[in-house]
Ligand binder design. Structure first.
Ligand code: NAD
Ligand code: DAU
Length: 357
């Protein structure tokens, strides 16, 4: 079958990637989605069970730093666009094992850029007007805000963790390939996402999981740090908008205009869950445990998403009150998924589905 677009999505088995893959596979049957994912601890094919047999979907297990593999995928599938999400994404892990972040986030992005440049710009490849390298990045590249102010696209980069430094490095490489080699690129920098399928090392799923099991709720420092939370499907809708309407060489900030101090957010989840679990009001809050702060912990992130709203017409569609209910319900109804991802059980699923058949 001849597809209108052949899109290489990297990291499509992870949290945001799986929502993005599902969205593009379901909404655009004329696009072929090629999902390249290494299936690290954070990648899980169970996230994509409902679309894995779709005609317009292909899964390839592999590493974005493997240049031979990446180049062969470009030519075998005639890749005309890339949506690059694959990354090591957890700040705490970057403090313990920074090398993994340098490898995947910097070398991996560099490998993909080179493959795109080679395939799209060599004489034997029919030039297409619709090539696009869309790089998914984070607001953490801008550093840390004080009590006031917002990150705009003009804010200078000031990354302060190995994770954010590796993402900043990848953003710079993407823009360098645009300016030097005229590679058609676009970048988005998004705030904290929440929703189903997030690995339970991140704040929201960790707190929900621990409340269910009545385990301590670790809050770093005094819980005064602020994050701007966006429902994952709103991020995916923004990605769809930028992929189709974004201007080459531009960056767009994406955020929820929804700031929460960590301690207030944890308390909010506690009170919603006390009600859902029919426990006495205030019982989950007793599990809150203040623990040693994260090294170099950024105080506050807050995004000004005026540019994407004005220029491309995107804005978040989910109210936080609805998104958080939906998210808590999903984790409470999918304890099997949580058990699988935390025990490495999904590796067996991969083996049965893809290797033994
Ligand atoms: P995630 O950790 O849930 O998923 C990452 C995926 O990448 C996994 O499926 C993993 O197997 C895959 N991967 C890792 N290394 C790889 C490699 N070398 N080769 C191929 N695949 C590899 O991450 P996420 O939270 O879904 O984040 C996705 C992207 O969005 C990242 O680039 C992240 O920086 C960015 N981002 C995340 C957030 C957030 O709140 N989670 C916010 C803004 C931006
Ligand atoms: O801002 C976008 C970024 O959001 C993404 O680029 C990252 O990939 C993503 O992981 C996320 O980074 P954070 O460090 O903000 O997310 P995390 O869920 O790890 O932590 C959210 C806040 O909660 C942060 O201030 C640290 C705090 N925290 C986290 C954990 C895991 C706790 O207090 N206790 C915890 O146990």
């Amino acid at each position: 079958m001849d597809f209108k677009k052949n899109i290489l999505v990297t990291g499509g088995a992870g949290f945001i990637g799986s929502h993005a893959v599902r969205h593009f596979v379901k909404k655009y049957s004329a696009y072929k989605i090629i999902n390249l994912d290494k299936l690290t601890y954070a990648g899980n094919l169970e996230n994509l069970k409902d679309i894995e047999n779709s005609e317009n979907y292909v899964f390839i297990r592999g590493d974005i730093t493997d240049s031979e593999l990446v180049e062969s995928i470009f030519s075998e599938h005639s890749i005309d666009s890339v949506i690059h999400l694959a990354a090591e994404s957890h700040v705490d892990r970057s403090i313990v094992s920074p090398m993994d972040f340098i490898q995947t986030n910097i070398i991996g992005t560099f490998t993909l850029l080179n493959a795109a440049k080679k395939f799209w710009q060599t004489s034997n490849h029919k030039p297409q007007t619709t090539n696009l390298f869309y790089h998914i990045s984070t607001d953490e590249v801008y550093g840390s805000l004080g009590a006031t102010g917002y990150f705009t696209e003009e804010t200078s980069y000031d990354p302060r963790s190995p994770y954010s430094a590796s993402k900043a490095g990848s953003d710079h490489l993407v823009m360098a390939y645009h300016h030097t080699y005229k590679l058609p690129v676009v970048i988005t920098n998004c705030s904290n996402n929440y929703g189903p399928f997030q690995f339970p090392e991140k704040l929201m799923p960790l707190i929900i999981h621990n409340i269910v099991h009545q385990k301590p709720l670790p809050v770093y420092g005094k819980g005064e740090n602020v994050r701007d939370w966006l429902f994952v499907q709103d991020h995916v809708e923004a990605m769809d908008t930028v992929f189709h309407k974004g201007k080459e060489g531009e960056t767009y900030n994406i955020g929820g205009s929804n700031e929460w101090k960590n301690i207030d957010l944890v308390r909010k989840i506690c009170s919603i869950m006390d009600e859902k679990l029919k426990r006495a009001a205030g019982s989950s809050e007793k599990l809150i445990t203040f623990v040693k702060d994260r090294a170099g912990h950024d105080l506050r992130y807050a995004i000004d998403s005026g540019k994407i709203q004005r220029e491309l017409g995107w804005k978040p569609a989910h109210r936080f009150e609805d998104g958080i209910e939906l998210t808590i319900d999903w984790y409470m109804n999918n304890s099997e998924w949580l058990n699988h991802v935390t025990s490495g059980e999904y590796q067996k699923y991969y083996q049965e589905q893809y290797v033994n058949r």
